[in-house]
Design a protein around this ligand. Structure first.
Ligand code: PEP
Ligand code: MG
Length: 845
């Protein structure tokens, strides 16, 4: 009987052991890569668990494999999703091919940096060659680096001993790798696992290098990157099937969510759109070709102590006053309300009592004004970031921005304008709102950042300036040399490196077409939104002020489908008086006139949008708390007063009242009763139309019960999407998934329309889905009667209605309801769009 050799594996780090099944990443917890252990580390040097050769160390330093003389392969993977850090936080101490001793340091890790910037620090040690092992310690103990943990039995032949399949090797067409971080551990494991399902001998090729496709470590050692042209070869009985399946798997991202670089069909390299590209999220649409300008924040020297406390307090007071003035200038120059609001918020931060209190306390301790102010703003920003609320985390950026503005004034540092070349594409870790607002748009063509989100203030400012912008790019972007030519395709959320002339021309042509189309849409904005086969759809506006309502009418709006009345109530210490409210609603109604619909939504605050004069308990989940109609029914006086003020505008426009966040019939009935009481008290003969928003799944699912009791429905797809998909509508990392094109949301829209029409009631859509030209044929096909859209998009939506015919839209909508995912829905709609856009305006994608 052959004696079984034993091998001990040492702990690569100190820390707390954790069972593999508890690792929050299915590729590791399901042991697809291999069995082993997980450590929550307390030390920062990853050491070799066995002696052998470094068979792979990833360029990004987050994973390393060692193969010993018996063929035992052990992979160590530091943290989860750490591939996204692109090397930051890791120092490699060894090279591929180097022989190492057990216990030798392999990688230094910066645990603080990784903990903050990656999903988790949990580190895996996996026996990828598959030898069985027994534990030498309890599997959830605290262990020391270098302590023996696993005992491997080496009797079993290594999988590489599998016999080579005979026959000539077949090759796939080259596939452009779509994975943003190449084939790192997770997609490599999925690929190797799939390859193991075939008998054929299979290799993966990158240029001259090739790897056994059934070996995870070999695949990782190829060090692939996004955009690499890879080929699969196979020899043996099922070679053809293997090539087809594996090439398709590569093209689809090997289980990772990727935006298509290539179609599902593998593409030949000649069809490659460009050399390489980096992907992020679109913050502001458009595209530009220019040169990289890396912008780094100025480092400011701050002296900690100062003598005269009174003088320090005075300096701080003056700097705050100057900053407030500078922000006022920016507010006055602001091109849009949204832009002005951002600087108003910055001014409010300068008056924040807690911030000032902290700064004054430090001055009283002998610190300089600059030190005190800087410490107070940094500490508060850190607090915002640590609350786990993405919106507050974004506001931390605003705070740092005003903090720097005041600090520079205190230090007498000139805010030197960047010296920029022509056609600059700015690249930065993060831009601040002040920097963005101050950009010289004659030189800057766009920008791309690592941080930020599509909902950030920087994104809003970029849109106001008409600058294309992409945020959320991988950190590699910071390594691009200034002067490198790049193509920023913000519509697709992409930055193309080494773009080919053909791609640049294509994008420029697309931009020109878009501009031409916008001009045409604007010229025809007053024309009705009638489909080619003669069906009229009402296109109305979402507004939050009289100014916006007037602008909407000027752009061809046929009414107001959503007046967000919150604007009257927010940012103030006391409730608006009846007179103020009534005057505002009446002014808007007058601007529309008696022939047009005005849909006033009652107060939709609470939860994440508290009112200063309505004290509320803090809530753990504000979006699931006292919001909208729930809050109003709990404070009936507030709602009664609002009803009275709205009713004052009866007769000036075709008045409609709409209740937000309705979830149950009782809410509608209670509110209707209150409205009837108030109308009666005012002596009104006719009640305005009363409808509800459909933005909670329960309302959509009970639409057949609501329909007999309402005059209309308006679907709020923003909230309907968030509640249907259980995804926070403002979550930056879920932005691409919280998609209103999800078939589940579309089915709820279909249910609502069917129920409403069965009772002769009309249905509008006032969520952001209605403002997407791509969605127009779908919504018309689903039977929606009105589209209430964001004001600037009225001409585009009307134009799109005029391009389609209703019955093909109905067939399209029917097909789409059977699809599986938002991506499939978007694909189907893109195809439809290409076939129905006016021929001169077909936009190449
Ligand atoms: C919606 O939820 O789609 C909607 C229009 O309401 P709001 O965006 O104001 O919540
Ligand atoms: Mg809503």
């Amino acid at each position: 009987m052959a004696t079984t050799q034993q091998l001990q594996l040492l702990a690569p780090l100190s820390g707390l052991l954790m069972p593999l099944e508890q690792v929050p990443d299915p590729v590791f917890s399901s042991r697809v890569i291999g069995d082993g252990l997980c450590i929550d580390p307390t030390s920062q040097t990853l050491r070799a668990p066995l002696a052998g050769v470094v068979s792979n160390v990833q360029d990004s330093g987050h994973a390393v494999s060692i193969t010993d003389d018996n063929g035992v392969q052990v992979l160590m993977h530091i943290g989860l999703d750490t591939v996204n850090l692109a090397g930051k936080g890791f120092s490699r101490l060894v090279q591929e091919g180097q022989r190492v001793e057990a216990g030798q340091p392999l990688i230094e890790l910066d645990a603080d940096y990784i903990a903050v910037h990656a999903r988790s620090l949990l580190t895996l040690m996996l026996v990828v060659s598959g030898e069985p092992f027994t534990w030498l310690t309890a599997d959830s103990a605290l262990v020391d680096s270098g302590q023996p943990l696993l005992q491997l039995s080496l009797g079993k032949p290594a999988p590489s001993a599998e016999p080579e399949e005979e026959g000539e090797a077949l090759f796939s067409k080259p596939v452009l790798l779509p994975n943003p971080n190449g084939l790192h551990a997770r997609p490599a494991a999925v690929f190797a696992q799939a390859a193991k399902g075939f008998k054929a001998s299979i290799c993966l090729h990158k240029q001259q290098a090739s790897a056994n496709a059934k070996s995870l470590v070999a695949i990782m050692a190829l060090q692939t990157a996004q955009g690499d042209a890879l080929q699969v070869s196979a020899a043996g009985a099922d070679a053809e099937a293997a090539i087809k399946a594996l090439a398709e798997l590569l093209a689809s991202g090997c289980g990772e969510a990727v935006t298509a670089v290539s179609a599902a069909e593998p593409v030949a390299p000649v069809a490659a759109p460009s050399g390489k590209l980096l992907r992020g999220v679109c913050a502001s649409t458009g595209s530009a070709f220019g040169q990289v300008v890396q912008v780094a924040e100025q480092k400011l020297e701050v002296v900690e102590f100062a003598g005269d406390q009174a003088a320090q307090r005075e300096q701080l007071k003056q700097a705050l006053a100057q900053a407030t003035e500078a922000l006022q200038v920016l507010r006055d120059k602001a091109a849009s309300t949204a832009q002005g609001e951002i600087f108003k918020a910055h001014q409010e931060l300068l008056e924040d009592p807690s911030l000032l209190e902290q700064a004054h306390a430090l001055i009283a301790d002998g610190k300089s004004a600059a030190f005190a102010w800087n410490s107070a703003t940094e500490a508060t920003a850190e607090l915002f970031k640590g609350l786990g609320n993405p919106l507050l985390a974004e506001r931390a950026l605003d705070l740092m921005d005003v903090g720097q503005r005041v600090l520079k004034l205190l230090l007498g540092v000139q805010d030197s304008a960047w010296t920029l070349p022509e056609q600059a594409i700015l690249i930065a870790e993060q831009l601040t709102p002040s920097q963005t607002a101050g950009l010289d748009t004659s030189k800057v063509l766009g920008f791309a950042t690592v941080g930020g989100g599509a909902t950030s203030h920087v994104a809003i400012l970029a849109r106001a300036l008409g600058l294309p912008a992409v945020c959320g790019l991988p950190v590699q972007v910071l390594a691009l040399a200034s002067g490198t030519p790049v193509l920023l395709d913000a519509d697709q959320g992409e930055l193309h490196l080494e773009p080919q002339p053909a791609v640049i021309e294509q994008l420029q042509a697309r931009r020109q077409q878009q501009q031409q189309r916008q001009r045409q849409e604007l010229e025809q904005a007053a024309q009705a939104a009638v489909t080619r086969d003669g069906h009229h759809f009402e296109v109305t506006a979402n507004v939050a002020s009289l100014a916006e309502a007037e602008q909407a009418m000027g752009l061809g709006g046929e009414g107001v489908g959503l007046l967000r009345s919150e604007f009257l109530y927010q940012d103030r210490g006391v409730a608006p008086s009846h007179e103020e409210q009534a005057a505002t609603y009446s002014a808007i109604a007058r601007a529309l006139g008696p022939e047009r619909n005005l849909v006033v939504r009652t107060l939709d605050v609470g939860g994440d949008k508290p009112l200063a004069y309505v004290p509320m308990e803090p809530e753990a989940n504000p979006f699931l708390g006292m919001r909208g109609i729930r809050l109003c029914l709990e404070r009936p006086q507030l709602l009664r007063e609002q009803f009275r003020a709205i009713l004052a505008s009866a007769g000036l426009a075709r008045l409609h009242i709409m209740l937000p966040m309705v979830t149950q019939l009782a809410e509608l009935r209670q509110a209707r009763q209150m409205l009837e009481d108030e109308a009666l008290a005012l002596g009104l003969k006719e009640l305005p139309k009363l409808g509800i928003m459909i933005e909670v799944p329960s309302a959509a699912l009970l639409a057949d019960l609501f329909a007999p009791e309402v005059d209309f429905f308006s679907i709020g797809t923003n909230d309907l999407t968030q509640y249907t998909l259980a995804m926070d509508r403002d979550h930056p990392r879920l932005a691409s998934q919280a998609d209103s094109f999800h078939p589940a949301v579309l089915r709820l829209i279909a249910t609502t329309v069917k129920a409403a029409h069965a009772h002769g009631k009309w249905v509008g859509v006032c969520g952001a889905l209605a403002s997407e030209t791509l969605a127009v044929p779908l919504l018309l096909g689903l039977g929606v009667d009105e589209l209430s859209v964001s004001v600037p998009l009225i001409p585009a939506i009307k134009a799109r209605v005029r391009e389609v015919e209703l019955s093909p839209c109905q067939a399209l909508a029917g097909r789409i309801l059977g699809l599986e995912s938002a991506e499939q829905v978007r694909d189907a709609l893109h195809q439809h769009q290409q076939s129905t856009l006016a021929p001169s305006l077909v936009l190449e994608n």
